[in-house]
Design a protein around this ligand. Structure first.
Ligand SMILES: NC(=O)c1ccc[n+]([C@@H]2O[C@H](COP(=O)([O-])OP(=O)(O)OC[C@H]3O[C@@H](n4cnc5c(N)ncnc54)[C@H](OP(=O)(O)O)[C@@H]3O)[C@@H](O)[C@H]2O)c1
Length: 283
């Protein structure tokens, strides 16, 4: 069985590839032409493909039996999803496992949730056998906070006292690999084992770092200005602020049993994840 992983060099794609190889598969991994991030696994075959290019996407999927459909955070993420869905149908891919996001729906105000919601519906309407993974925020997003933690011991996010049931990417990788190698269908809302406030997250990171790290609930406009001055484009700044608004509205606090149900083991908790950050937090 030939399983293809899109977005393979990213944080989730690497976890999916690792789990597929562990299960004894030799996946085909799609990487952007020229990407330096191709050191995935000696058991994976690298195929270059720009997902914005529909014809190239079709060529890349020829001969694939199953697809892990991951599209990057991108202004035209929906176009990339459409390219992969259309190419899957045309190339005769027999099963698609799509990475979406918790709360995705076509009518969402948040562009990330809107684009995933429309893409999920188009996959459902395509007739392709499929499963949709809807993970909450990744624990690994903490790596993006390292610059402000190093500068001022602060996690600066406009999320108030929102609770978020963050998930470890390794659990997403295992769930995806399990579903790619089974015939189970449906939607899976993937969360970690508990919903934490960012103050609680900061407290866990403080223990690991050996010094006090705070959550600073800055104004959205202030956070937007900081993102822009760090070179983040306007579309991405807007999408992130919309996402944080969904957290403040309580949309990310649900805790599900989906990881346990799919993989047969409990999801990793934040304390266990945070231990991996000991070195970067101390440097
Ligand atoms: N972060 C979260 O908390 C969260 C939560 C729920 C859902 N999600 C969803 O997760 C997805 C992102 O996953 P991720 O964090 O694993 O992504 P990521 O680490 O940013 O990786 C994305 C991958 O896509 C590749 N890529 C970018 N543009 C491409 C193109 N034009 N053609 C081919 N490949 C391209 C990148 O390759 P290069 O090596 O060339 O850069 C990279 O390997 C998004 O759909 C997002 O909505 C994220």
């Amino acid at each position: 069985m030939t399983i293809t992983v899109a977005g393979a060099s990213g944080v989730v794609g690497r976890a999916v590839t690792r789990e597929l190889v562990r299960l004894g598969h030799r996946p085909r991994v799609l990487v952007r032409p020229g990407s330096p991030n191709r050191d995935l696994s000696p058991d994976a075959t690298v195929v270059e493909c720009d997902l914005t290019d529909r014809a190239a996407t079709l060529r890349a999927l020829h001969g694939s039996d199953r697809l892990f459909l991951l599209t990057p955070f991108h202004p035209d993420q929906l176009v990339l999803q459409r390219n992969l869905i259309a190419a899957s149908a045309e190339a005769g891919v027999g099963r698609v496992v799509k990475l979406s996001a918790l709360g995705a729906r076509p009518g969402a105000e948040s562009s990330i949730h809107h684009q995933h919601g429309v893409g999920d519906d188009e996959l459902r309407a395509s007739g392709l056998p499929h499963a949709v993974l809807r993970p909450n925020a990744f624990m690994q997003n903490a790596l993006q906070w390292l610059p402000t933690i190093r500068r001022s011991d602060a996690i600066v996010l406009p999320v108030g006292s929102a609770r978020v049931s963050m998930i470890d990417v390794g659990d997403i990788g295992l769930a995806a690999a399990t579903l790619l190698t089974s015939d189970a269908v449906g939607d899976y809302d993937l969360t970690g084992p508990e919903a934490l406030t960012y103050r609680e997250v900061a407290s866990i990171l403080s223990e690991v770092a050996g010094r006090r790290i705070r959550h600073v609930d800055a104004e959205p406009a202030e956070v937007a200005a900081a993102m822009r001055s760090a070179g983040i484009p306007d579309w991405a700044v807007a999408a992130r602020l919309q996402l944080y608004a969904t957290y403040r509205a309580g949309d990310a606090e649900v805790v599900t049993t989906a990881i346990n149900d799919v993989t047969g083991r409990p999801p990793r908790d934040y304390r266990s994840f945070a231990a991996d950050l000991a070195e970067p937090l101390r440097n």
